[in-house]
Design a binder for this molecule. Structure first.
Ligand code: SF4
Length: 633
């Protein structure tokens, strides 16, 4: 098979049970159909991880994939996707991180690494162009994420080797542990670190010395020049560069979508005190890019300069951990929040899920459904000692931490309490944004293939509140109005398809999507220049739809239907009590109908046969039907 330009060209299969590996050629037709990264992983997950597989058993597989833009100096950032069956949701697990690991694995010649089986003893994998070494990790077991990175770099005598590691939470099978790259860059969601640890793998280290070629270098330079110009001219460039996503906290206050005290307070009187603006003024000491191909270095380092925590330093925080460990749990103390955020990352846990289970427990206490004695801690909104103690208890599964370590859905089932305030969709906890004030986002959370998640769609244009824009893009003024309902099905279809492409190119949404740099046309031009395979704008959109549909087919095969595309009751029935969106609930069913119709799915959320055939997913349609799932035309 001829190696496709722009790709590493190989898929690395690692069999932990037998301590063997083999490099397979990447099939160019598969690369064209699913682009790379998330798309390739979704394809493998569908075909190689059948229903019924125990997420923490040796039959589950974990895939890491990079994309066709990675390795070129394009300005959009380089990322990777980690995919597996999720131990948290029991469904599609997938998480994305910005990291130099992505470039390094491609320079080693690999577009995708597939990890199978289970090692008898703890190991870490050392991957280079020459193959895989199974390194003894007995001595690393119990190490935190940062200790693991340091120890591996020291042992390999290479400060530039790229490492993805798990922390003690994953070893303790906390269901929402992530894989952490370059210490701070988390593939945090859906428990991908838990899967890795269940296979007795503490870390993966990779080093590559190869290079990547493009078919039409002159055209690629033109495309890159245009992308860079669009990034630098974007009015969002400097705010994003200075504050990264931490700037969202004040936007949440302005628009009334903060998750204050577990989504009871959409605005709070201490927003500035815990904001990205305050961090930028008083704490931040430098910025950096999380990957080599990024023109928007938005990753910040902070240092606490005074008080009892003076001298504490770290990277970030992004909005999700920041909002999670301040407003969601009612905490006004920024210094303590920063310390807790670092601890959560060093234990290797997903900050969003961790903040949800803690906030959920606090609301249970508020409702009088649990006592401090039963919880083993003084449950008080905003008490940083309580929050920190709960983080320790979860990571090491102590006391009530054993229950919280299962995620909010299972925790509410185990205690048989607070199911109505367990804020998740399909088992994945909701992010730090209240969908009653952002209705397109709400629809996105309900239908996202990995559960309550904004990054599958990220329909940021609705925040513009610009009816003209809505009309221009989707023929519906309300599509670009955050409290509007009509046109949201079209909005989410469009941005889901686009983000499937961005995730499969493995570019960063901060630039590629949020600044609308890598639209379908630009993606088609870049792909054509890199690979020499001519792809049109509509073919690129179709590739995005194909990825969304194969992920949905995976869910449908697992029994997911419309009844699973639900938001928790609070958002559907309890009007917001304050802020600019006061009085609003989310009208989910109307939006869902439109979404399914535009997608070419039935009103029960099942892709129609004609939709799958049109997207070249005939085998998927046949597989579903062979399993007794009736597809409508
Ligand atoms: S924009 Fe920020 S998060 Fe994205 S690749 Fe660049 S530094 Fe990383």
């Amino acid at each position: 098979m001829t190696r496709l330009k722009g790709y590493g060209g190989k898929v690395l299969r690692v069999d932990l049970t037998h301590r063997t590996y083999r490099a397979e050629e990447l099939d160019p037709s598969l690369a064209k159909a699913f682009i790379g990264g998330r798309g390739l992983n979704a394809y493998r997950l569908y075909w190689e991880v059948p229903p019924g597989v125990d997420p923490l058993g040796p039959e589950n597989k974990l895939m890491i994939a990079t994309g066709p833009l990675v390795g070129f100096p394009h300005g959009l950032g380089s990322r990777l996707n980690v995919t597996s069956r999720s131990p948290l949701t029991g469904l599609l697990g997938d998480s994305n991180a910005g990291t130099h690991f992505s470039e390094e694995m491609k320079f080693a010649g690999y577009d995708q690494i597939i990890i199978e089986g289970r090692s008898e003893r703890p190991v870490y994998l050392y991957i280079t162009e020459s193959g895989v070494e199974f390194m003894d990790a007995e001595g690393l077991w119990g190490f935190t994420v940062s200790q693991t990175h340091e120890a591996i770099r020291h042992e390999l005598g290479d400060q530039r080797v790229q490492v993805g590691a798990v922390g003690p939470a994953a070893e303790n099978l906390v269901k929402f542990a992530g894989v952490f790259f370059n210490v701070y860059r988390a593939a945090g969601r859906t428990g991908m670190g838990t899967v890795l640890a269940s296979k007795n793998v503490k870390a993966i280290a990779v080093r590559g010395d190869g290079y990547i070629e493009a078919e039409n270098v002159d055209e690629l330079i033109k495309v890159i020049d245009e992308m860079l110009r669009r990034i630098y001219e974007n009015p969002q460039y400097w705010p994003r560069r200075i504050m990264g996503t931490s700037r969202v906290l004040m936007a949440g206050q302005r628009l009334g979508f903060l998750p204050g005290r577990h989504f009871q307070d959409p605005v709070v009187d201490y927003a500035y005190d815990v904001s990205g603006e305050r961090l930028a003024r008083e704490y931040n000491v430098k910025v950096r890019a999380c990957s080599a191909g990024c023109a928007l270095p938005c990753a910040r380092f902070f240092m606490i300069k005074r008080g009892p925590l003076a001298g504490l330093m770290g990277e970030g925080p992004e909005y999700e951990p920041l909002g999670g460990f301040t407003v969601r749990v009612g905490n006004r103390d920024l210094d303590r929040a920063l310390k807790i955020i670092l601890k959560v990352a060093d234990y290797g846990m997903d900050a969003i899920t961790t903040s949800e289970v803690i906030a959920w427990l606090m609301e249970l206490r508020q409702r009088g459904e649990i006592t401090d004695e039963e919880a083993g801690v003084k449950l008080e909104w905003g008490n940083p000692d309580t929050i920190e103690e709960l983080v320790d208890m979860i990571a090491y599964r102590r006391g009530i931490g054993k229950v919280l370590a299962e995620g909010v859905k299972r925790a509410s089932e185990m205690l048989n309490r607070g199911k109505d305030i367990a804020f998740h969709v399909k088992g994945l906890e909701m992010i730090q944004a209240d969908p009653r004030a952002l209705k397109g986002y709400g629809l996105g959370f309900a239908v996202a293939s990995r559960g309550a998640d904004h990054l599958r769609s990220e329909p940021f244009v609705e925040v513009e509140d610009d009816p003209e824009l809505g009309k221009k893009m989707f023929g519906e003024p309300e599509a670009a109005m955050r409290l509007g309902v009509k046109g949201k099905g079209k909005l989410i279809n469009y941005f889901e398809d686009l983000n499937a492409i961005v995730d499969s190119f493995e570019s960063c949404k901060n630039t590629a999507e949020n600044m609308l740099i890598l639209d379908f046309d630009m993606a088609a031009r870049a792909y054509t220049a890199i690979t020499g395979i001519h792809v049109t704008e509509s073919e690129m959109r179709e590739a995005g739809m194909r990825i969304v549909n194969i992920e949905r087919a995976y869910l449908v095969r697992e029994g997911v239907r419309r009844s699973h595309d639900r938001l928790p009751k609070r958002f559907l029935e309890e009007p917001l009590r304050s802020g600019p969106a006061k009085g609003h609930v989310i009208e989910l069913d109307v939006m869902l109908d439109e979404y399914y119709d535009v997608r070419g799915w039935t009103r029960d959320g099942v892709p129609r046969r004609s939709t799958l055939l049109r997207l070249g997913l005939k085998e998927v349609a046949m597989d579903l039907e062979a399993r007794g799932i009736k597809l409508e035309d």
